[in-house]
Each structure stands twice: as structure tokens, then as C-alpha cells.
Design a protein around this ligand. Structure first.
Ligand SMILES: C[S@@+](CC[C@H](N)C(=O)[O-])C[C@H]1O[C@@H](n2cnc3c(N)ncnc32)[C@H](O)[C@@H]1O
Length: 253
């Protein structure tokens, strides 16, 4: 147990760096420094090979340099533009939940659309398009710079089939020009939306979403049961600010 802990600590970048800085070998003149022994080398190589791969997946690379939290939000005073993202693992988990309650094979082709309302730089949208070849994946975002980043990430997708099933719209998700009549899966990270916005969204969903559509959202939708939605369950989905973030799963009945 203690051996395992010790090893883990050595592998972490910070402790590795500080052990290098404090080591006696580092204080010796270059000529006297010992080269690592043969035994030691392979394990070091293994570590350096493993970590970058883990931290920088092909999916992450699509978003390299595209940070939603650095976008200028000064002019959007009527909106809550607080930023945070669902993680890659969280996108997979959401996809499983959508499939569990509303399997795509049972949805008419024209309704196989996923929407992320307030999509940021578009991670959930692109992730869903990659995971489900039969799905159109759309995102709406009010902050211009975030939508530009999302489109930039989209343009980096090499597979044209995936790229063409993705669409990003700049504007408010409450704008009547956006209708969710052919949407079977909908996600919104609504923790910061005010109650008025929540109720407007709920009315829109009640009027427009097809029967059996599934909505995943962070904050509860008050009165959803009276507008034709059933709360199916609450689960943890990893987000950038909380590994165990609780989300609500609603289904239109
Ligand atoms: C917490 S972030 C979520 C980003 C992304 N959905 C995710 O989970 O990875 C919420 C986003 O909603 C956007 N937003 C807030 N109000 C909006 C509105 N009325 N219309 C469109 N986007 C909005 C914010 O600018 C912000 O980028």
C-alpha cells in the first residue's frame, strides 16, 4: 500500500519536477552527474509516452487553443455567460443516457437531432456527432467568439461525414427562429440560467419537442411535470468544475 503511494507520487509531474530540483545529482557539476542506469531508462520512457497521450486525445486536439473561458463577454450584459464544459468522459456518459431512454433506431430519421443550448466551443456537439453517425448535432451560443472557436474546431474535423452533420448557430436559444421540433436529444448546462429563462425554455420544449425527446440539464426545471415531462433519474456527469456534477434527465411523455 505505502509502496504504491510512493510510486504514484514520484510519477506526478509536480513531484517529479521538485525531486529533480532538490536532487544531489542536480547540484553536481555536469561532468560528475551520473547518467541514468539502463534499468531506469525504460520505465521513464514509458511514463513520458503514456502521459501526453492521455492528456491530449485526438478529440482534445480539435479544440487546441480554443478556450471558451477566454472569450470576451463584455457586451452580453443581458445574458449569463459563465463558462464551464462537459468533459469527454461526460459526453460519452450523456450519449449512453440518451440512448437508454430514446434509442436513435426508434426515432424517425428526420428527428435524429441533438441540440446543445449554450454550446460554448462546441465540445458536446462535435462529440455527439462523432459518437453517432446517424445524428445531426447542433449548438447555439450567444457569445460570438465561442461560436467562432466552435466553427474552427469543426473545420479541423478530417472526416467530412462527421463535419457535415455538425452545425453551429450564433444567437439566443430563445429566439423564435430556432425551433426544436425535430430534436430527440437536448442538453443544456443551465446552472447559471435565471428562473425566467428556465421557464421560457420549458414552455418552448413543451410546445416544440417531439414525444419521447430527452432533456439533460444541470438545474431542475420547475413545473416540468405539469408541462408533460417526467423526471427519469439524476446521475453524475463529469464537468470541468466538478467530476461528480449532478444532472437531471427528463423525458417528454
Ligand atoms: C456553462 S456554459 C456550457 C458550455 C457547453 N454547453 C458545455 O457544457 O460544454 C453555458 C453557455 O451558455 C451560453 N448562453 C447563456 N445564455 C444563452 C442564450 N440565451 N443563448 C445562447 N447561449 C447562451 C453561455 O455564453 C455559455 O457559453
Amino acid at each position: 500500500m505505502s509502496r504504491f503511494k510512493l510510486r504514484k507520487k514520484k510519477n506526478s509531474p509536480n513531484s517529479f519536477q521538485s525531486s529533480m530540483e532538490n536532487s544531489t545529482a542536480n547540484q553536481l557539476p555536469a561532468s560528475q552527474k551520473k547518467a541514468p542506469t539502463r534499468k531506469y531508462r525504460p520505465s521513464l520512457r514509458k511514463r513520458t509516452m503514456r502521459n501526453p497521450a492521455k492528456k491530449n486525445s485526438a478529440f482534445d486536439q480539435l479544440f487546441s487553443g480554443l478556450m471558451g473561458n477566454t472569450a470576451n463577454t463584455d457586451k452580453y450584459t443581458n445574458y449569463t455567460t459563465t463558462y464551464g464544459e462537459v468533459t469527454e468522459q461526460g459526453i460519452r456518459k450523456m450519449s449512453e443516457i440518451f440512448q437508454k431512454y430514446c434509442p436513435l433506431k426508434g426515432v424517425p430519421i428526420e428527428n435524429r437531432t441533438f441540440f446543445d443550448l449554450g454550446c460554448g466551443v462546441g465540445k458536446a456537439v462535435i462529440g455527439m456527432a462523432i459518437l453517432h453517425p446517424e445524428l445531426r448535432a447542433c449548438g447555439i451560443e450567444i457569445v460570438e467568439e465561442r461560436i467562432q472557436f466552435a466553427r474552427q474546431a469543426q473545420s479541423r474535423i478530417k472526416n467530412k461525414n462527421i463535419m457535415n452533420r455538425v452545425a453551429f448557430y450564433e444567437g439566443s436559444f430563445l429566439d423564435p427562429k430556432y425551433r426544436y421540433t425535430s430534436t430527440c436529444w437536448l442538453y443544456m448546462s443551465n446552472l447559471c440560467f435565471n428562473e425566467e429563462t428556465q421557464q421560457q425554455l420549458l414552455s418552448k420544449f413543451a410546445a416544440e419537442l417531439p414525444q419521447h425527446a430527452v432533456v439533460i440539464c444541470s438545474k431542475e426545471l420547475n413545473g416540468a411535470d405539469k408541462k408533460g415531462f417526467v423526471l427519469k433519474e439524476r446521475i453524475n456527469i463529469p464537468m470541468t468544475w466538478n467530476e461528480q456534477h449532478v444532472v437531471n434527465i427528463y423525458q417528454k411523455v
